[in-house]
Ligand binder design. Structure first.
Ligand SMILES: *Cc1c(COP(=O)(O)O)cnc(C)c1O
Length: 400
């Protein structure tokens, strides 16, 4: 998962090239910057990597979601379908634009279940956010087919599976828009940062205007003289982040190859564990292998295997118990404790729907996430670490 493991001379050189100009802003200062435009170069390189028409660098993966929802005109009165298994930011972004997140179930890939979209749809549903969790793709063929039949907008949250694909097409390019995160622990990192991809010029322009106070970015005039479009805000990426992004992007395929190699070695050891099954993949080839997921027939065996590994210094995550990635555990969200004393948007009088967030609403997530463990796959093993993991697995297998 973490691109910072490969920080080196490339990142230093890119950042220094920006420092030497003294211009950290991505726009303007055309004379002073001597032709150095790192965010612009990063966007172009990322668009080529994805095979996407347009890309926009922004300040984080969370703001990427918010800017994309805004560009798609999702707002007050609308509902957005989001899987129960995701990072909190996906739900927060929906609330940030004044819309209501509707919790949907997952399928055996542990990503959004296409059938659940139909179950959770109401007359207020405007968009769907599939999230490619823990490195691996959702079933985008089924999700796109349901959404196009029902006329729903699709925004892919691809914060966790950067560089992954489904049936040969890069994740983040299936929906109307797709978002990426480059925070400190993601596959490639710019410290904080995010990016939006789309093939729709109109959606791109709305995002570009909104993320920079409505500037029309007319190349023929100076920044101060640019035209004003829609009202917006500041969600810009800085040129230091763009510089880091360029260096990290050039290593992305190497990062994924290393993760796959290391995953395969751990997978080999886990194959010997009785009753263990690996996470179902919608497309094995498209898995970036940031994590390795596996399950047991019941929660009791799962917990005892987790404990047996952890006493030997090997950590795994059970997301049913995780405080940040599973809706039923977010007590502040369930209490509708937004920053607004009026509990906006939950109590928005313009919202006509009725939303519930009960465990009974998501039976497959309750079952599958309780019997699944995830192991983070590093890019590099410290001396003797791989052998220690293999030995811990072999011993734990005898105790369950
Ligand atoms: C990390 C993450 C985000 C948010 O990205 P930030 O850059 O940390 O704001 C959004 N969605 C998912 C699924 C994530 O894992």
């Amino acid at each position: 998962m973490p691109g910072y493991e490969l920080f080196g001379k490339e990142e230093m050189d890119e950042v220094m090239a920006v420092m030497k100009t003294g211009v950290l802003m991505r726009y303007g200062f055309d004379k002073e910057r001597g032709g150095v435009y790192k965010v612009r170069d990063f966007e172009e390189a990322f668009a080529r990597y994805l095979g996407a028409g347009y890309t926009l660098g922004v300040s984080s993966g969370s703001t990427a979601l918010k800017v994309a929802l805004t560009a798609m005109d999702v707002g007050p009165g609308d509902e957005v379908i989001v899987p129960a298994f995701t990072f909190l930011a996906t739900y927060e972004a929906v609330l940030e634009v004044g819309a209501i997140p509707v919790m949907a179930d997952i399928d055996d890939t542990l990503n959004l279940d296409a059938d659940s979209i139909i179950d959770k749809m109401t007359p207020y549903t405007k968009a769907v956010i599939p999230v490619h969790m823990c490195g691996a793709p959702a079933r985008m063929d089924r999700i796109m087919s349901v959404c196009s039949k029902k006329g729903l907008l699709v925004l892919e949250d691809n914060a966790q599976s950067c560089g992954g694909s489904f049936q040969g097409k890069k994740l983040g390019t299936f929906g109307h828009m797709g978002t990426f995160s480059f925070d400190y622990v993601k596959t490639i990192t710019t410290g904080e940062g995010g990016l939006i991809a789309t093939n729709d010029k109109n959606l791109y322009l709305r995002a570009e205007w909104y993320h920079d106070h409505g500037h029309d970015h007319n190349p023929l005039v100076t920044r101060a003289m640019e035209g004003r479009t829609i009202l917006g805000f500041n969600y810009r990426m800085s040129d230091l982040q763009g510089a880091l992004g360029l260096a990290q992007l050039s290593k992305l395929d190497r990062i994924i190859a290393l993760q796959r190699k290391n995953r395969d070695m751990i997978k080999e050891a886990l194959k010997e564990v009785p009753g263990l099954q690996f996470r179902t993949m919608a497309d094995e080839e498209g898995d970036t292998a940031t994590f390795l997921g596996f399950n047991f027939p019941d929660e009791k065996t799962t917990m005892s295997f987790q404990k047996a590994l952890s006493t030997r210094g090997v950590d795994t995550v059970c997301f049913k118990n995780n405080l940040w990635h599973y809706v039923p555990n977010w007590e502040h969200f369930l209490a509708k404790s937004t920053a607004s004393s009026k509990k906006y948007p939950f109590k928005d009088p313009g919202y006509k729907g009725q939303v519930t967030y009960r465990r009974e609403d998501i039976p497959r997530a309750e079952d599958l996430l309780g019997r699944t463990l995830f192991m983070l796959i590093p890019l590099k093993f410290a001396e003797g670490r791989l052998e220690a993991i293999q030995e811990a697995i072999a011993k734990a297998a005898k105790e369950i």
